[in-house]
Design a protein around this ligand. Structure first.
Ligand code: SF4
Length: 377
């Protein structure tokens, strides 16, 4: 049933591979119409607020690598909530409409409600409230849901890779009961953090037997269950193509039990392919970064917990904006630097990977891909 990820000894700690973005000579005010070299706007900012987590999901933070000797970031190197809010304001001026708080496990960051309150005061360039959401493993959600809602959080995404405790444990490698995560989802729904999305990473041979039981559980619940293809993120999960279950096969398996119909995306740049149950029992999604790359309209940027900007989930280096924040740069200067960095973006890792033989990667062997636990999913 379970095959442990192969032990990977990292050559270089990717967290530190970044450069301080130069301040352009010409400071032009943000217009909200920024686009990169492939014409993609900047609409979605994912902010990691901690590199710590209380789970050890094998595809993200395998215990073999993130063990008791792992050196987490010292607290003073993390961006403060004021610094995060200042940067977020600048990104919103450039066109960001959605902010997703991630980690590690974001609910481990003390007083995260204060940060959410600060972000909830921001408005998009069109004068609308920001779409503020958060991705959590659900372990603390039952306790925190009400205070998150009161602070201004609108909705939540919960990672849950199975209903069977043994299978759940084989994916997250900690002794945490599924029932507590399900309780967190119920409480989040009761307090109005909806629509709730539930993300299941499917690893062939480990938890794919949970596809139909998960679907059965969340039908008629209002929650949107999304099946995520297992990805070669970071440099520590020992990824192999034969452990990927293509979304096409997930849909086939589901359709045999509960007929589903493909439906249109909600907006350009949505990561999930949407499907609905033919009998009206709700909606599901598939996120197919490996077999159906969606880089062509990827409008996402990722900020690490210590202020490094990454332009792709599979990036090998970042842009150190903390140095500008703590280097007495003005908002105008930082905004101009953000603009220049995004305009130079050409990332499309999944598209490049798709063109290569299985198990090979577009990134050259020297630079390691950044860990997902450091920049958020
Ligand atoms: S691989 Fe990179 S560019 Fe492509 S969709 Fe993912 S984050 Fe965006």
């Amino acid at each position: 049933m379970t095959n442990k990820p192969h032990k990977v000894i990292p050559l270089a700690d990717i967290r530190y591979a970044s450069r301080v973005p130069p301040i352009p000579a010409q400071l032009s005010a943000p217009t909200g119409l920024l686009s990169d070299t492939l014409g993609r706007p900047l609409r979605d900012l994912r902010i990691s607020v901690t590199d710590r987590c209380n789970f050890r999901c094998s595809y993200c933070m395998p215990k073999e690598f993130f063990d008791k000797d792992y050196a987490y970031l010292p607290h003073n190197s993390l961006l403060s909530f004021e610094e995060i809010a200042r940067l977020a304001r600048i990104f919103v001026a450039h066109g960001v409409e959605k902010i997703r708080l991630t980690g590690g496990e974001p609910l481990l960051r003390k007083n995260i409600e204060s940060l959410i309150e600060m972000l909830a005061r921001l408005q998009t360039t069109a004068g609308k409230p920001l779409d503020i959401t958060l991705t959590t493993n659900g372990s603390l959600l039952a306790k925190k849901a009400q205070s998150l809602k009161d602070a201004g959080l609108q909705r939540v995404t919960v990672s849950l890779d199975g209903l069977d405790d043994a299978i759940f444990r084989s994916m997250n490698d900690v002794d945490f009961p599924v029932a507590d995560v399900l309780e967190g989802i119920d409480v989040a729904s009761q307090v109005g953090l909806a629509p709730i999305k539930v993300n299941m990473v499917v690893k062939r041979g480990t938890n794919d037997a949970e596809i139909v039981p998960m679907a059965r559980h969340f039908r008629h619940s209002g929650a949107v269950l999304r099946f995520i293809e297992y990805m070669d993120v970071g440099a520590s999960n020992g990824w192999r193509m034969d452990e990927v279950m293509p979304s096409r096969q997930v849909i086939e398996r589901l359709n045999a039990e509960f007929p589903v119909i493909a439906i249109d995306p909600n907006y350009l740049g949505e990561t999930a392919g949407r499907w609905r149950y033919a009998d009206g029992a709700g909606e599901i999604g598939v996120i197919s970064s490996v077999t159906q790359a969606f880089c062509s309209d990827c409008n996402r940027a990722r900020l690490s917990t210590e202020g490094k900007l990454f332009l792709c989930l599979f990036a090998t280096n970042g842009h150190d904006f903390r140095a500008l924040l703590r280097g007495d740069c003005s908002d105008e200067q930082i905004a101009a630097a953000v603009g220049q960095v995004w305009q130079g973006r050409g990332a499309r890792y999944s598209e490049l990977r798709a063109a290569l033989p299985a198990d090979s990667s577009p990134a050259d062997g020297t630079l390691k891909r950044v860990e997902m636990s450091y920049i958020g999913g």
